[in-house]
Design a protein around this ligand. Sequence first.
Ligand code: GCB
Length: 645
Amino acid sequence: MGRSSLLWFRCLSFLVPMSFCLAGTGMLFPRESSSREVKDLSGLWSFRADKSPNRNQGFEQAWYKSRLAETGPVIDMPVPASYNDITQDPTLRDFIGWVWYDREVVVPTRWVTDEGTRVVLRVGSAHYYSVVWVNGVKVTEHNGGHLPFEAEISSVVRGSPGSPCLITIAVNNTLTLETLPPGTIQFFNDPTKYPKGFFVQNINFDFFNYAGIHRPVLLYTTPKTYINDITVVTDFLDSTGLVQYKISVQNAADVTFKVTLTDKDRHCVASSSEPYGVLKFTDVQLWWPYLMHENPAYLYTLEVHMMAVDQSGAYTDVYTLPVGIRTVRVTTTQFLINNKPFYFHGVNKHEDSDIRGKGFDWPLIVKDFNLMKWLGANSFRTSHYPYAEEILQMCDRHGIVVIDECPGVGIKDIRSFGNVSLSHHLDVMDELVRRDKNHPSVVMWSVANEPASEMTPAEFYFKTLITYTKELDPTRPVTYITDSNYARDRGAPYVDVICVNSYFSWYHDPGHLEVIPIQLNTQFENWYGKYQKPIIQSEYGADTVPGFHNDPPVMFTEEYQNAVLQSYHSVFDQKRKKYVIGELIWNFADFMTVQGVTRVLGNKKGVFTRQRQPKAAAFVLKERYWRLANETGKIPPWTRYPCGL
Ligand code: GCB
């Protein structure tokens, strides 16, 4: 789908002067309803890595034409999971190239026989490039990890009724100058030093390039005529709630709608029979962040009933969408949620854990939310790529505020600022906004992390990217994360909020804690002085091996991590009364990286270990975040610190 055909420039309403400019295929999260069924294909799939020298044997021998087990050896591979840490095979841990998955699925007879039913195959995410076949027929391909893609497969499954349906997915993790994140492949041909065919994947980002099918693969149904997309934009005026909505329908003939908005007690507060419009109602309950209000994360439910009639019959489709009513606005010194100043006291995360790598895992997700709430964190940034939709749904339900980042990390090579890269980056923003636009927890888009923003082409690149993102979604501010010097950064004029990463006394002046107050003060004054935009300290921290101690503090000890944090905090306390609007620790938990001399089994800047146990710094942060919450928010009595959480 081309970008131009995705643009939708129609203003929805004069009441709320905001509109999304997306159109075309929607990316509604697959939810069951009276008209939709979902079949989760999580579990064991057959798997083979194509270890042929050119990694192309699978295509040459058409492995997708029959079961993988018929064309060679296979192993069990859990889906969702990264494949890297599942086996004892070192060549699979660091494998680069195509890997192949397949499994057979029994498709319910009704899905196949009922011509009025659409069957859709959806992959929550696979890293990086995927090709999908059903019964040997190619149904889709997708460029990029971390975001979902789908294909309608009704006609393919109808082609062989009664027999199990074979789904084959080939995934390639190779990164090039034009992927997001970018990378390069380097061959080493000296036979006195390297084995034949030796090559490496070079990357400029600090997390392991986990690969495979990372999020659930689903089959779901819709009626032939169906609700393709819903967009909501919310606002309020005194106690009146305003929900501007637009429904798009695919394969529409003669369509009628029933749209209802219900509150938590399932009382209808507003309704309409139009495909777009504004629902208006009194006594609105706003969506508030965790620790900002005694009743945070209030969600209404928008239920859309679509009834369509054409020559072949009548179709009803039902989709329900949680809706949080809140506004977001940025001034020169503040970040306002519902017109009240919001201070981000939160974390940066990764989708990362032992064994499953970046594989979706409910126990881990729920544990992380419990830890964030224990910490008193009200926000996180999806460093350095979009997280699973289920995580954003949790954020909506718990009031955790999100800075939603695309995988634009490690853009350091000037060749990655060309038109092909930019065009792909725009496509990725399009997919991201399309997927996440309706989440009240998402308050800002981050288009990149630490690009080489001082390079000349960065100005055109970021001007285009940020302008485009604002056209896609005029309701949220846009930023990118910089570590560049304020005087050399070419993208900062276009962002709404300045997000700065700095590691004083770590990468600069290692071991010298005394530089932090001076250098951090200078950092803030320079950026604010030049741009007069609010600033978030989007990363700061220190690697810490749990159990290492030294007093006076030295690098890598728990004492040093505490000292770095406390030193940063005292400067934040001076500046947060002025224009600093947030602080996000690097990192929530330790995470895996590529092997290298500066990493000991990964990055150790977590305040929790990779197994989610607290280091001393977690308690420092907890004290601070609850103190900030007590100062700035309205904390529900049952969560007030000190508490039993
Ligand atoms: C950064 C990066 C992050 C790294 C971190 C570090 O600036 O944004 O991806 O992991 O520093 O620990 O070096």
